[in-house]
Design a protein around this ligand. Structure first.
Ligand code: PGA
Length: 250
């Protein structure tokens, strides 16, 4: 039986963001391995969510349909349909069985110049489509060095979370931009402080994820930090062994 999508913090949410990686054969092998793993573990400690590129979504959907693994998109448009060449709409993701969609990832904010206002509009459309929006926030290296990390994250939270957000349809991911794909993880103190800050800002109930160079070796410490309800994993989510070990660290 498929497990229910969890937007709450009762189980650790282990989200794999495959980004722009993988041919069909790779996606098939990875999804198959992870679906079998999750089925076998049958754990109430974690919920695994795979966010493949859209080209691999049907493959993931097919292989995970009978497993406890959920899946989601990496982005969606701020409109539910229309003349937007190359874009993906939230209802289309829902149609492919997605439970989640990531919005406001720093790579979208950076390379596609997405603003927090646009991200809030995307999250709103995702909510209307029945998806759980994983809204990403995080400061740049220079912003942290200037002592502005909390100010930046606070503004992103205020502007990126729409009024449709509830703990059931929204997850917040804190991903310091300087820690993404760099091998540099935020220190335990930095994570504890920022997550406590975000918790005060958004209130109880919301699941808060940490992301940025999460791997098997640091997953247990991160996952057991107060106010960390899960992780958003990039590079290490492409390796079945690593991703499984991260889930087991829940
Ligand atoms: P990383 O990416 O784990 O490769 O640092 C995390 C993310 O971008 O979500």
């Amino acid at each position: 039986m498929r497990g229910k999508a969890k937007g709450k913090k009762t189980v650790k949410l282990i989200v794999g963001n495959w980004k722009m990686n993988g041919q069909v054969a790779d996606g098939r092998a990875l999804a198959k391995t992870l679906a079998l793993f999750a089925e076998k573990e049958d754990s109430d400690k974690f919920k695994m969510v795979l966010c493949p590129p859209t080209t691999l979504m049907s493959t993931v959907a097919l292989l995970c349909a009978e497993s406890p693994v959920d899946w989601g998109g990496q982005d969606c448009h701020a409109q539910p349909a229309g003349a937007y060449t190359g874009d993906i709409a939230a209802p289309m993701l829902k149609d492919l069985g997605c439970s989640y969609v990531i919005v406001g990832h720093s790579e979208r904010r950076q390379y596609h110049r997405e603003t927090s206002t646009e991200i809030a509009a995307k999250a709103k459309v995702a909510h209307a489509a029945g998806l759980i929006a994983i809204i990403c926030v995080g400061e740049l290296d220079a912003e942290r060095a200037a002592g502005k990390a909390e100010t930046v994250v606070s503004a992103q939270l205020k502007e990126s979370i729409p009024d449709t957000a509830t703990p059931a349809n929204t997850v917040i991911a804190y991903e310091p931009v300087w820690a993404i794909g760099t091998g540099k993880t935020a220190s335990a103190d930095d994570i504890r402080q920022m997550h406590a800050y975000i918790r005060r800002a958004v209130g109880e109930g919301y699941a808060l994820l940490y992301g940025g160079s999460v791997k098997a070796a640091n997953a247990a410490d991160i996952l057991h930090t107060p106010n960390v309800d899960g992780v958003l994993v990039g590079g290490a989510s492409l390796k079945a062994d690593e991703f499984q070990a991260i889930a087991r660290a829940s």
